[in-house]
Design a protein around this ligand. Structure first.
Ligand SMILES: Nc1ncnc2c1ncn2[C@@H]1O[C@H](COP(=O)(O)OP(=O)(O)OP(=O)(O)O)[C@@H](O)[C@H]1O
Ligand SMILES: [Mg+2]
Length: 231
């Protein structure tokens, strides 16, 4: 579904991503794990066309480099950015509706789907986004992404700053979303949880992929255990 070959990207003169190769098959959950500043968010920004990159990124055999960011969204590549970035002065419902503006005719169905996944959002539909708790805002950010009819969902650190309980809820939701047919690229520092739900994973270190394997292989890898799992 997504094929990234020899991807290089950075900011201005500063190179960040170096010769990245990643493939994602339809139906998979793939995670990219790595520490702060490794280039995880930069990778998602390059895929969704927010920053320029070189190399090839093909999505269903079409080059994403040829497309504008809003066209990439229309193709079903939906990016839920780091730090949630919901609209604080809008209600929960308005935030969700914004996520569905490209898909007016599916909005009601999508809204029901989001409310089933996160009943809390239904309960709080008239509350201002900015007054929701951190965990609730994360649900809202994912819910808003789902309103955009994703085929490939790019999730940037959905568990950041969440309590263990909310983390479980969010990872459970990612599994449910994937079971409904959405392919997921998950970028996380919560290495254990994300590899546990992933079919495959990649470890990124200072802009390069240093290791890849199934979620289980990586969880059992001694370098991963040492670097990320404190074992
Ligand atoms: N807009 C920017 N301009 C200049 N440098 C940037 C910019 N955004 C990120 N960087 C730099 O690029 C590098 C990779 O950043 P990135 O945000 O991709 O890391 P990350 O793996 O997502 O880290 P974290 O886990 O902390 O979110 C960092 O050194 C960061 O300082
Ligand atoms: Mg990041």
């Amino acid at each position: 579904m997504l094929n990234i070959q020899n991807l290089n990207a950075g900011y201005g003169e500063m190179p960040i991503l170096r010769a990245i190769n990643i493939t994602i098959a339809q139906g998979e959950i793939v995670s990219v794990v790595g520490s702060n500043g490794a280039g995880k968010s930069t990778l998602l920004k390059a895929i969704s066309g927010i920053i320029k990159s070189s190399g090839t990124i093909t999505y269903n055999h079409e080059s994403l480099h040829a497309l504008a960011a809003h066209t990439i969204v229309k193709r079903g590549v939906v990016h839920v950015p780091e730090g949630r970035k919901i609209f604080p002065e809008m209600t929960v419902l308005e935030n969700l509706m914004m996520g569905g503006y490209l898909h007016q005719k599916d909005r009601q169905t999508n809204l029901e789907r989001v409310f089933t996944l996160f009943p809390k959002l239904a309960e709080r539909r008239n509350q201002l986004g900015g007054t929701m708790s951190g965990g609730e805002q994360q649900m809202l950010a994912i819910g808003r992404g789902l309103m955009g009819n994703p085929k490939l969902l790019l999730l940037d650190e959905p568990s950041m700053g969440l309590s263990p309980l909310f983390t479980e809820v969010v990872f459970g939701a990612i599994n449910t979303i994937n079971s409904s047919g959405v392919t997921v690229l998950l970028v996380e520092q919560n290495v254990y949880q994300s590899l546990k739900i992933s079919h495959r994973g990649y470890v990124i270190e200072t802009g390069s992929i240093v290791l890849t394997g199934t979620g289980e292989e990586l969880l059992n890898n001694k370098d991963v255990k040492k670097a990320f799992l404190g074992m």
